[in-house]
Design a protein. Structure first.
Lengths: 159, 150, 143
C-alpha cells in the first residue's frame, strides 16, 4: 500500500473524514490561520516595498509581527496537515493540490532565503529607509507566492 | 421585495456567466478569500497594536492610517466578489438563515472599526473596542464558512 | 419491477421555477436542465467530508448494470437534516433524484434520497430551489 493510502486509512484521518463537525472546524481554523499568516506577512512585505509604514524601521515591523506570523503558521500547518491527511488518497492526484504544495514550498523557501541573506542587512536600517532592490524582490515574490497558494488551494474543490 | 432583488441578481449577465462557469465561480471565491485576508490582516494588526501586542513603538493612529487604504480597498473587493457569489446562486443565500446573520455581523464589525479609529486616544475604551472588533470580525469569518455546511 | 435508467423527469416537474438555481458550486458543477432519477442497489457508501458519495448499481431495461455515483453533502449537514449513516446499508435499493454532472460522467448530485422504508431525506444543501430541497416531506410516490 502506498504511503498516501496508509495515511488516508489511518484512524485519525478516517475519524476526521467521517466526522460531523471536526472537519468543518478544521476548515474554519484553516481560513482564520490564513488571515493571521498571510495578513502579517503582507504588512511586512508592504514595508519592504516601501508602500506602507515608511517611517518605521523594516526590521522593527517584521520582528514585532513575527510571533503572530508563527501562530498563524502553526494553525495552518496543523489544520492543513490534518485536512490533507483526511483527503490524501482522493486529492493526491489533483493538479491544484500539487500546484499548491509546490507554491507553498516556494513561498517558504523565499522566506528562508530572505531571512538568511538580505534580512541580515536590513536589521541595520532605520526608518525612512527605502529598502534595497533585493528586499523588494523578495517582498513581491512573497505576496505573489502566498496569493497563489491561497488561489490554488481554493481550486482543489472544483477540479 | 428582497426576494425580487436576489432573483434579479441571478439574472444579471455576471450571475448567469458564473452559473455556467466552474472556473469563473472558483476564481470569484478565490478573490473573495484574498480580499478578506487583506481585510482580516489589517483588522488583526490594527487591533493587536491597540492591545499593545505588536508595533509597540508605533502610535496606533499611525497604524490605522497606514492600513486604511488597504482595508478599504479590500473591503470593496470583498463586497463586490460577495455579490457576485450571491448572483451565482441567489436562492441559496436568500433561504439560508446564516446569510443575514453574516451580513449583520459584517455591518457591526465595520462600524466597530470605524468607531475605534476615532477613539484611539482613550486607551481603556480603545482596548475594549479592539477586543469586541476582533470577536465580531472572527464571527463574520466563521459564519461565512458555515454558510454552506448547515 | 425494473426501471430504465436514468429516468429523466420533465424539467417542469422537477426544476420548478425555471430560473437556474444554484448552491455554492452547484451550477458550476451540475446541469440544472438535466434532472435525473436513479433507482438502484447501493453498492458502496462513503460517509465523508467534504462530500458523501453513494454508489448505485442501476439496471437498465436490457439488463445491463451501470454504476452511478451520487454526491451528497458532508456527514454533519446530512445528519442535521435527519439523514444518518445508519439509515442505509449496502444492498439497499435507493431512489436518488438529482442533476447530471457537467463533466459528463455518471455522476449526479444527491438532492433527494428515498430510503427503503419510503422516507425521503435531503442529500444536499438546503435552499437550492431544487425539488423538495431542504426538508424531507411525504414519502415519494410508489414507482
Amino acid at each position: 500500500m502506498t504511503l498516501v493510502q496508509q495515511l488516508y486509512d489511518s484512524p485519525l484521518a478516517t475519524a476526521i473524514r467521517e466526522s460531523d463537525n471536526l472537519f468543518p472546524i478544521l476548515q474554519t481554523f484553516h481560513i482564520l490561520g490564513t488571515i493571521g499568516l498571510a495578513g502579517t506577512i503582507a504588512v511586512v512585505d508592504l514595508r519592504l516595498l516601501n508602500v506602507a509604514f515608511r517611517r518605521e524601521a523594516p526590521a522593527a515591523v517584521a520582528e514585532s509581527l513575527l510571533p503572530v506570523t508563527w501562530v498563524g503558521f502553526a494553525i495552518m500547518a496543523i489544520s492543513g496537515g490534518l485536512l490533507f491527511a483526511a483527503q490524501s488518497a482522493k486529492i493526491y492526484g489533483n493538479v491544484f493540490l500539487r500546484a499548491k504544495l509546490l507554491l507553498l514550498a516556494l513561498a517558504i523557501a523565499n522566506v528562508v532565503l530572505f531571512h538568511s541573506t538580505t534580512y541580515r542587512n536590513i536589521r541595520a536600517w532605520g526608518g525612512e529607509v527605502s529598502p534595497a532592490t533585493a528586499a523588494r524582490v523578495f517582498a513581491l515574490l512573497s505576496l505573489l507566492l502566498w496569493s497563489a497558494v491561497i488561489v490554488t488551494g481554493r481550486f482543489i474543490a472544483y477540479f | 421585495m428582497i426576494e425580487a432583488i436576489f432573483m434579479w441578481l441571478g439574472r444579471t449577465s455576471v450571475g448567469t456567466a458564473l452559473q455556467q462557469s466552474t472556473a469563473g465561480f472558483a476564481a470569484t471565491e478565490a478573490l473573495h478569500i484574498l480580499a478578506l485576508s487583506v481585510v482580516g490582516g489589517s483588522i488583526l494588526v490594527a487591533n493587536l497594536t491597540v492591545l499593545g501586542r505588536v508595533l509597540k513603538t508605533t502610535a496606533p493612529e499611525t497604524v490605522f492610517r497606514q492600513l486604511q487604504p488597504f482595508y478599504r480597498g479590500a473591503l470593496v473587493l470583498v463586497a463586490i466578489s460577495g455579490m457576485m457569489l450571491v448572483a451565482a446562486g441567489p436562492y441559496k443565500y436568500y433561504t439560508n438563515p446564516l446569510f443575514p446573520l453574516k451580513l449583520g455581523l459584517l455591518v457591526v464589525a465595520v462600524t466597530l472599526h470605524a468607531i475605534l479609529s476615532r477613539r484611539l486616544n482613550t486607551q481603556s475604551v480603545a482596548r475594549r473596542l479592539a477586543i469586541a472588533s476582533l470577536v465580531v470580525w472572527t464571527s463574520v469569518v466563521i459564519t461565512g464558512r458555515w454558510l454552506g455546511l448547515i | 419491477m425494473r426501471f430504465s435508467y436514468p429516468v429523466v423527469i420533465a424539467a417542469a416537474l422537477v426544476v420548478g421555477a425555471g430560473v437556474a438555481q444554484a448552491h455554492h458550486s452547484f451550477s458550476a458543477m451540475y446541469d440544472a436542465t438535466k434532472p435525473v432519477r436513479l433507482v438502484g442497489k447501493l453498492s458502496k457508501v462513503e460517509w465523508t467530508n467534504p462530500h458523501s458519495y453513494f454508489y448505485l448499481d442501476v439496471k437498465s431495461t436490457d439488463g445491463k448494470v451501470t454504476t452511478w455515483a451520487c454526491e451528497g453533502a458532508g456527514p454533519g449537514a446530512l445528519s442535521r437534516r435527519g439523514f444518518n449513516k445508519t439509515d442505509i446499508k449496502v444492498g439497499d435499493t435507493l431512489i436518488v433524484d438529482g442533476y447530471l454532472a457537467k463533466s459528463g460522467g455518471k455522476i449526479i448530485d444527491a438532492r433527494r434520497v428515498t430510503l427503503p422504508n419510503g422516507r425521503v431525506v435531503s442529500g444536499g444543501t438546503p435552499g437550492d430551489g431544487g425539488p423538495q430541497d431542504s426538508v424531507p416531506t411525504k414519502p415519494a410516490p410508489k414507482p
